[in-house]
Design a protein around this ligand. Structure first.
Ligand SMILES: O=C(O)CCC(=O)C(=O)O
Ligand SMILES: [Fe+2]
Length: 273
């Protein structure tokens, strides 16, 4: 059974407190409640849906070289389930990342010779994930992985990164929920890469904890922490889970554009169903 770690939750302000820093350093993740209201989160989700319908109608399959994942929901409707570079296409999404409170997260990254920045134009940009459990869902779950492994696959050195998630729906055991192994960001790089089989391993881990969140919450994890998204035990309506992620980076710039090639790690991510 997945453990429920009774961890403290915080409120995002323009400067992180020592308690937040200590918590993050120990566990490799941190949970801020109500970054935006649940009503605001629902509006953002609706704006993404409008664009997602356009993408389906236009039969786009990639944005800036990053594959779009599709699936068919319980109503027989084709929907986007992994939407990269959302902030380029949806103003309501872009506006969220202008929030000055996000700068307080920089303290969780090491100082390097590169600027710390939110990767709106790098990697996969802001990715809007929409998981559900239906016969023809293209994304029911996501197996164990570390986000920095993608960096490594992109060519060499691993720079620490944060993955910043904004929840658009509630998330917990009903719709799958995020599971993480706290503290694994402190393992050496070998374990960060090879503790488990990246993406393909979807089995429960005795040390995993569930991160239960509400629509509008913001959760950050260190890109070296092992995590997975479990499949919902329900089918259809109850199983929908939506969350947006973007990387907070401190490595060399890697801006993508319309003609960018598809990175190799997407062959791997394509295996997640
Ligand atoms: O959906 C989530 O909460 C996690 C997604 C994730 O780990 C990823 O896209 O790398
Ligand atoms: Fe991840």
């Amino acid at each position: 059974m997945t453990k429920t770690l009774n961890y403290p939750k915080f409120t995002l302000k323009e400067k992180a407190s020592q308690e937040e820093i200590d918590f993050f350093n120990q566990y490799g993740f941190i949970h801020y409640t109500r970054f935006i209201t649940p009503e605001h989160a629902a509006k953002v989700a609706a704006a993404i849906d409008v664009k997602s319908d356009e993408i389906v109608a236009k039969q786009l399959d990639k944005i800036n070289g990053i594959p779009i994942k599709f699936g068919i929901d319980e109503h027989g409707k084709k929907v986007v389930q992994r939407f990269p570079y959302t902030s380029w296409h949806v103003n309501e999404v872009a506006a969220l990342y202008d929030d000055p409170r996000l700068k307080s997260l920089e303290v969780f990254l090491p100082n390097t010779k590169y600027p710390k920045r939110i990767g709106l134009k790098e990697k996969d940009g802001v990715v809007a994930n929409h998981y559900f459990n239906a016969q023809e869902s293209g994304y029911k779950q996501l197996g164990w992985h570390t986000d920095v492994a993608r960096e490594f696959a992109l060519g060499g050195k691993m720079y620490t990164m944060l993955n910043v998630g904004i929840y658009l729906t509630n998330s917990g055991p009903v719709n799958g929920g995020l599971r993480a192994i706290p503290g694994t960001h402190k393992d050496g790089s070998f374990k960060v890469l090879f503790r488990k089989t990246q993406v393909l391993d979807t089995s429960e881990d005795p040390n995993e904890v569930m991160i239960e969140a509400e629509a509008g919450d913001l959760c950050v994890h260190d890109g070296r922490v092992w995590h997975r998204v479990a499949m919902s035990p329900h089918q259809g309506a109850l199983s929908h889970r939506r969350v947006m992620y973007v990387a907070y980076l401190c490595g060399p710039a890697d801006e993508r554009h319309e003609n960018s090639k598809t990175p190799f790690y997407h062959r791997f991510l394509g295996l997640a169903k």
